[in-house]
Write a protein that binds this ligand. Sequence first.
Ligand code: HMG
Length: 413
Amino acid sequence: MKEKFNKFYKKTLEERRQILKELNMLNEKISLDEEIGDTMIENYVLNMEIPLGLAMNFSINGKEYIIPMAIEEPSVVAAASNGAKTLGNIETSMDRKYLIGQVVLENVEDPDAAIKILEENKNSLMDLAEEHSQSMIKRGGGPKEITFKKFDQGFVCIYISVDTCDSMGANTINTILEALAPLAEDLTNSSALLRILSNHAIESVVVAETKTPVQNLDKDIEKARQVARRIEAATKYANIDPYRAVTHNKGVMNGVDAVVLATGNDFRAVEAGVHAYTVRDGQYRSLTSWTFDEENDLLLGRIEIPMAVATLGGTISINPIAKWSLQVLSNPDAKELAKIIASVGLVQNFSALRALVTDGIQKGHMSLHAKTLAKQIGVKEEEMDEFMRSLLKADKVNLSLAKGILAKMREED
Ligand code: HMG
């Protein structure tokens, strides 16, 4: 199967679809039916379409993946495939995937006394939470922990952590919170202002790591070491200057959002959670770290990122493209999907940094654009090298220039 995808990007669209057909991966065109769209949102009129491509070369925890990515930005899929090829296997871990919900009590006269009484009644609150999440408990999840915290101005918050298994779990958790609120109000003689899940997903954190021999970065070992050093310095800088950190993390999110979107997950929730996590020590920092281990000639990469995604429920199960994307990933469970997404984020960041600390981002973008034009105007394999050389010499790359260069080349032949 791997060979079938070799140089996938050099094939025509028809050839790519034919390969997927032969592998029984895409037998017919799939799209979101209007009837389904009309049940998903209000005042529905049409679908907003975003290209979906496949990134290659990913190996995560020793398993090979083809990664569906929904994104409108050129070069992201190529950069992901390129980075994955260079970095090799990525090891990941995720302790748990719990969603946190909160009941916010207001007008609490004596917050310390309220917390004491809530603590004394923790078992009753937990029993109530379990009573209202029986189906999640049957699936192996359910409520795990309840904690309390007081805030200024008479606010007290009840936090509950729930294992929502493979679903996002919004309905489960909100049902639990609405059940807990009346008891909490009675106990504390206050009123519940808010009963809602939190997207601060600090109990759904994935760590993904790579250890790449530096010689993978360049044939010339001294140049390769220089690239590794500069990638390390770029991360250090992102940790001290939020202007850079935001762009650095935007590069990570190019990969993350593309897979989150392709698999029908809530990208707003992921984005909000990720950016809150990066600022947890008071300064907005890089999501990734890159270190050059000079002794062993290794580039060490690491990402730590909250990823409360789902593979079941919500609109995932009714969106045919999301279902297809999950099939391409061999139907992972939610934790496996979270690990895949974190890995794509790490790889994406690597590719952007490597380009930035070497030739600059424009060179790769220009060469991709030139290759697309070459394909579009029918440049033959044997003409390609000369055509690319001439086109990339120009200040800007566009269709009429490409056509002119090809015509001149053929005239001279
Ligand atoms: P290259 O070295 O010229 O590519 O890179 P290559 O032709 O030597 O091919 C190497 C591999 O790349 C291929 O291996 C493919 O896997 C893949 P092969 O399969 O041939 O053995 N590849 C492609 N995959 C799919 N479609 C293609 C394609 N071409 C190559 N057309 C490349 C060229 C653009 C990949 C490289 O320069 C690169 O990775 N650049 C980074 C681009 C990038 O990060 N873009 C994201 C948008 S920029 C941004 O928004 C974020 C940023 O601001 C973040 C930040 O500041 O940190 C930059």
